[in-house]
Design a protein around this ligand. Structure first.
Ligand SMILES: Cc1ncc(COP(=O)(O)O)c(C=O)c1O
Length: 385
C-alpha cells in the first residue's frame, strides 16, 4: 500500500477543487446545450469500483469481461440485433462512427461515404484519417435526408451510406426504413448513427410518438452506434457499436501477441472497464421501463420549454422530434455569449441560425422557469424580440 503524505495530499486536492470550481456541472441545471448529463448515482458508484480494470487484456478481468457481455446483451435486445451480431464497446459516438466506417472500407475496398448534411463532424475526422471522401446529401424542408438525392449518388465507389437517428443539431431522424431498403437492394453498407437517439427512439415508440423504425428490424441496417454517455444516463466515455455480422470484426482485427487474446479488434488497446460497469449498472437498475419513464419525463420538459419559448414570441426551427429544440435567432452567437456570461451554457448552430437546447434528464420544469426570464431579457437586449 502506498502511504500518502497527508499535507501533500491536502494541497493537491485543494488545487483540484479550486480548478473544478471553474467547471460548469450538470447538476447545477445550467448546462442546457449538452447531449451528456450527470451520471445516474448508481453509475458513479460502479465506475469507482472498477477503476483498475483493463478490458484491453480481458484474461486479467474475466468478471468485467462478463459484465461487458451482459451489457452488450442489453443493447442487442434494445436494438433487435440478430443472433449473428456482435457488439463493440467504444468511447462514444466519434469512435463508433470511425469504427463503422473502418469496417465499411475494409469490406468494400471503397472510399465514398454518402451522408446527410446534418451528419456529425466526426465524419470530417473519418475522411481525413482514412482518406475517404464525403458526399453530402442536402436536407428536405423537414431537416432530414432527401432520399431521391441519395439514390442519384449511390455508385460503384460507395463504401457506405450513413443515416441519422437523432441528429446533433435538431434531434431529427432520417427516413431510415427507406434508406435501409435502398442500401439492401444496392448491397451497400448502411450505418445508423443513433449516438443520441438510440436510447430515445425505442421508448418514444412505446410512448406512441410517431417515429420511424431505425434498428436491426430493418434488414438493410448493417451497424448502429448508440451512446450510453448521452441518453443512456451513464458516465463518460461509453458507446456501443452494434455490428450485424460477427465475422465483420475480423476486418478490423490485428494479431495481439503480448496480451491474453490472439487478436484485438477496434481502435483502442488498453481501455477501462469502469464506464462499462457504470453503464451496465444503470441498465440493470432502470431496465427498459426506467428508460421509458426517463424519456417520457424529458419529453414533458421539452414540451414545456417549447411552450414557454414560443410564448416569448420566439420561433422554433421545427417542431421537436425528440428532446432537442432549435430556437431561430438573428444573432445566435451573441445570444449564446450573453447567456454564458449569465451562467447558462447553450450551443449555437450557425448553419441553421439558431440556438439549441437539449432537454436532458438533469433539466426540470423549474430550471426552465429559471431560464426563461434570462432568455427573455437577453433577447430583448439584442433585439431578437
Ligand atoms: C449524432 C451524433 N453522432 C456522434 C456524436 C459524437 O459523439 P462523441 O462526442 O461522444 O464522440 C455526437 C455528439 O454529440 C452526435 O450527436
Amino acid at each position: 500500500m502506498i502511504s500518502l503524505d497527508s499535507q501533500k495530499r491536502q494541497k493537491i486536492f485543494d488545487e483540484l477543487e479550486r480548478l473544478h470550481q471553474r467547471d460548469f456541472c450538470f447538476s447545477s441545471g445550467h448546462i442546457l446545450g449538452s447531449m451528456c448529463t450527470v451520471p445516474h448515482p448508481i453509475a458513479q458508484k460502479a465506475y469507482l469500483q472498477f477503476l483498475e480494470t483493463n478490458l484491453g487484456d480481458p484474461a486479467l478481468c474475466p468478471g468485467t469481461k462478463e459484465i461487458e457481455s451482459r451489457f452488450i446483451g442489453f443493447i442487442s435486445k434494445l436494438l433487435h440485433a440478430p443472433k449473428t451480431s456482435v457488439g463493440q464497446i467504444v468511447s462514444g459516438g466519434t469512435e463508433g462512427n470511425i469504427t463503422a466506417m473502418w469496417i465499411a472500407k475494409q469490406l468494400s475496398g471503397k472510399k465514398e461515404i454518402i451522408l446527410p448534411q446534418s451528419a456529425h463532424f466526426s465524419f470530417q475526422k473519418i475522411a481525413s484519417l482514412m482518406d475517404m471522401k464525403l458526399i453530402e446529401i442536402p436536407l428536405k424542408k423537414e431537416y432530414v435526408m432527401d432520399v431521391a438525392q441519395l439514390k442519384k449518388k449511390i455508385s460503384k465507389r460507395t463504401a457506405a451510406v450513413v443515416g441519422l437517428a437523432g441528429s446533433t443539431e435538431l434531434g431529427t431522424i432520417d427516413p431510415i426504413p427507406q434508406l435501409s431498403e435502398i442500401c439492401n437492394d444496392e448491397h451497400v453498407f448502411f450505418h445508423v448513427d443513433a449516438a443520441f437517439g438510440g436510447f430515445v427512439i425505442p421508448f418514444l415508440k412505446e410512448l406512441h410518438y410517431t417515429v420511424p423504425d431505425f434498428d436491426f428490424k430493418l434488414k438493410g441496417v448493417t451497424t448502429i452506434s448508440i451512446d450510453s454517455h448521452k441518453m443512456g444516463y451513464a458516465a463518460i466515455p461509453l458507446g456501443t457499436l452494434m455490428i450485424r455480422k460477427k465475422q465483420w470484426l475480423e476486418s478490423i482485427s490485428v494479431e495481439s501477441p503480448y496480451i491474453s487474446i490472439e487478436k484485438q479488434a477496434g481502435i483502442l488497446g488498453t481501455r477501462s472497464g469502469a464506464p462499462v460497469a457504470a453503464a451496465y449498472a444503470v441498465a440493470r437498475y432502470l431496465g427498459y421501463k426506467g428508460y421509458r419513464n426517463m424519456v417520457q419525463s424529458c419529453m414533458e420538459v421539452t414540451q414545456y420549454a417549447e411552450q414557454r419559448i414560443t410564448e416569448l414570441g420566439l420561433a422554433l426551427v421545427m417542431k421537436p422530434t425528440m428532446n432537442v429544440i432549435g430556437v431561430k435567432l438573428k444573432k445566435p452567437e451573441l445570444v449564446v455569449k450573453k447567456l454564458s456570461e449569465q451562467g447558462w451554457q447553450l450551443n449555437k448552430v450557425k448553419r441553421l441560425s439558431c440556438i439549441r437546447l437539449v432537454l436532458m434528464p438533469h433539466i426540470t420544469k423549474q430550471i426552465i422557469d429559471e431560464f426563461i426570464p434570462v432568455l427573455q431579457k437577453t433577447c430583448e437586449e439584442v433585439g431578437e424580440i
